[in-house]
Design a protein around this ligand. Sequence first.
Ligand SMILES: Nc1nc2[nH]cc(C(=O)O)c2c(=O)[nH]1
Ligand code: SF4
Ligand SMILES: [Mg+2]
Length: 204
Amino acid sequence: MTEYRIVEIFESLQGEGYNTGMPAIFIRFAGCNLNCRWCDTNFRRYTPFTLQQILLHIQRYKSKNIIITGGEPTFVKALPLLLEQLKIAGYYIAIETNGLAQVDEHIDYIAMSPKFCYQTRYQEIKQAKADEVRIVVEDHPELIDFCHYIEQHIKAKRYFVSPCEQNGSFNMLQTIELLGQLNQKRVDNKWLLSIQTHKLANIE
Ligand SMILES: Nc1nc2[nH]cc(C(=O)O)c2c(=O)[nH]1
Ligand code: SF4
Ligand SMILES: [Mg+2]
């Protein structure tokens, strides 16, 4: 039987991006194709779940929204099988992805977070559309060029920059400086600010 490697399943509020505050059940999958220096998730430890166990487990929660995250959930082999069942059960499904693999058609909302530290991997775009793009602000003079590149190659409804959290503090000044620079060139659809509010609100 198919085994899903689950780091955790919990109910909380979407902490970041356009859907900030949306109640949701988070399903966090183990494994990632990247290894970002500032990654805030231990995606290596997991508990095996069957499809039925996941479906049973999420019934205990109130929310009908699901956020599929990780790690990097687009590399989970049997993900389409699970998504199909979640759609049949009536869930609205969002995903958090780094955008290096194609996103399944069952997903209702794509939050894509391309990683500057792996920018060469984005020379080949496999998922050219998203609902939102969120770029974590790293200390590098070429970050703004990466933001422009992503804006040109990934069609999204909105674009965010997000401060990087390390040891409990956020590089907020750097983030709003970048935001100002990005919006100097942009007159129509502005770049926006996304904050990991769950970390400030002390929720999961
Ligand atoms: N509250 C809350 N919102 C989130 N949005 C994306 C998260 C993630 O870890 O992918 C996350 C998370 O871990 N917690
Ligand atoms: S892509 Fe996301 S989960 Fe993977 S290492 Fe980077 S921050 Fe962590
Ligand atoms: Mg998180």
